[in-house]
Design a protein around this ligand. Structure first.
Ligand SMILES: *Cc1c(COP(=O)(O)O)cnc(C)c1O
Length: 429
């Protein structure tokens, strides 16, 4: 395949893309390199990245310090099995994660993707209650409009409608759902915001292993920002009813919402926490599930006295080294100020969308800017429009949103937001 057009055409007919069809007529753009906040297409065009490759590339692309860390590890040891062996990058990364996550988390399970980290969290909760002699606690309670991944366990926790549960109804675990919180971020929960959750817990707590949710920001399930008071109440109810709290920080972790972890907005801590996505600064696939000492000790001293999971590429040294480099870069940067500056620019830049008849709502939190449309967008139209405007923005459903790399400059951010305004303006009413 000597011409770009050869492999692009091959891809179209033989390679699955996320949530796609083989041979589909939707545009897929060939990218040949990426640097800073710019993606370079095969035809030479450069696009300013508004997506951070799905929350991940917080330092932009091809960051020299990330490349150096990965190269160094590559020359030492690219991979080694984790059963019966260990290595310094894994131990150092575990130490760092335990240091920076909210207090009680004391042990780390390294997984190879976010979905697997969620599966691991669910298995840990079930094994914990098994070893506490409450083997009936095997179900999970969550809120609608959530997203937790695409494997079967994780999928069972996703919003039943957008997650298309009916397709898999014969095999999917039936979890318990309550309505997504209606109280908005920064506002109190009027009346009894968590009433539905309390009712479910009261009735079913003997069968519930854990409440699972995305703290403060519901990502792919709807890009919604909910009140910290709700999360506080969830924590309180979990304690009251003897149910674990699993916080999925895979999208929100590492600064995106303005706090290092979104649960810090509510000052709550998790019994089990999942991180992933930007953990390696968008360079390698790695995720982690952290638990309290109480949970890890109970599982380790229980029956069979082992936690029953162990991926082939567990704690891949390249990925662990990338994560260490990414965390060092992040924590040594003025990330809080950067996020505040991005938040302000998103507020100002997206504000004109509020006046457009196509738009239902504009909301911004941290380095996340969302324009919710009244109708689902037409990807056939809107995707080329964004590319023609010189930006990489990938809407889904009714949501046109930006979550740029933290290193983005004022001017590039303005280009992104004005492109959103212009493209949204052109959408049919
Ligand atoms: C992306 C995401 C996942 C799944 O992570 P993968 O690495 O895609 O498997 C789980 N939970 C949340 C909140 C996510 O945003």
């Amino acid at each position: 395949m000597t011409e770009n057009s050869d492999w692009i055409d091959y891809d179209k007919h033989h390679v699955w893309h996320p949530y796609s069809a083989i041979g589909a007529d939707l545009p897929v753009y060939p990218v040949v390199s990426a640097n800073g906040v710019r993606l370079k297409l095969a035809d030479g065009r450069e696009l300013i990245d508004g997506m951070s490759s799905w929350w991940c590339a917080i330092h932009g692309y091809n960051h020299p310090e990330m490349t150096r860390a990965i190269q160094h590890q590559l020359e030492t040891m690219a991979h080694v099995m984790f059963g019966g062996l260990t290595h310094q990058p894994a131990a150092e990364l575990a130490k760092k994660l335990i240091e920076i996550t909210p207090a009680p988390l004391q042990s780390v399970f390294f997984a190879d993707s976010g979905s697997v980290a969620v599966e691991v969290a669910m298995k840990m909760a079930i094994q914990y209650w098994h070893d506490k002699h409450q083997p009936d606690k095997q179900r999970f309670l969550t809120i609608r409009k959530g997203y937790h991944g695409d494997t079967f366990g994780a999928m069972s926790l996703c919003d039943p409608d957008t997650g298309m549960h009916h397709l898999f109804s014969g095999i999917l675990q039936q979890q318990l759902f309550v309505e997504a919180p209606s109280c908005y971020f920064g506002h109190p929960c009027k009346g009894d915001g968590a009433k539905a959750l309390r009712k479910k817990l009261k009735k079913h707590h003997q069968h519930i292993a854990a409440v699972v949710l995305e703290p403060i920001v519901q990502g792919t399930g709807g890009m919604r920002f909910y009140s910290a008071e709700y999360l506080k109440e969830v924590r309180r109810l979990c304690d009251q009813y003897g149910v674990l709290l699993i916080l999925d920080e895979i999208a929100t972790g590492f600064g995106r919402t303005g706090k290092l972890f979104a649960c810090e907005h509510a000052d709550v801590t998790a019994d089990i926490m999942c991180v992933g996505k930007s953990l390696t600064g968008g360079t390698m696939s790695l995720a982690a599930t952290l638990t309290t000492e109480e949970i890890s000790n109970t599982i380790s001293q229980g029956n069979p006295g082992l936690f029953m999971h162990g991926p082939t590429f567990m704690a891949n040294p390249l990925a662990c080294s990338a994560a260490l480099a990414s965390l060092q870069l992040l924590l040594n940067s003025p990330w809080q100020e950067r996020i505040k500056t991005i938040e302000k620019s998103l507020q100002q830049g997206l504000a004109p969308c509020r006046e457009l008849p196509q738009v239902e709502e504009v909301r911004v939190l941290g380095a996340i800017g969302v324009v919710e449309m009244k109708k689902p967008v037409d990807m056939r139209q809107i995707q080329p429009d964004f590319v023609d405007a010189g930006v990489w923005v990938r809407p889904f459903g009714k949501l046109v949103y930006l979550m740029p790399p933290f290193i983005i400059g004022e001017e590039d951010l303005n280009t992104l937001t004005s492109a959103v305004v212009r493209v949204v303006e052109k959408c049919p009413i």
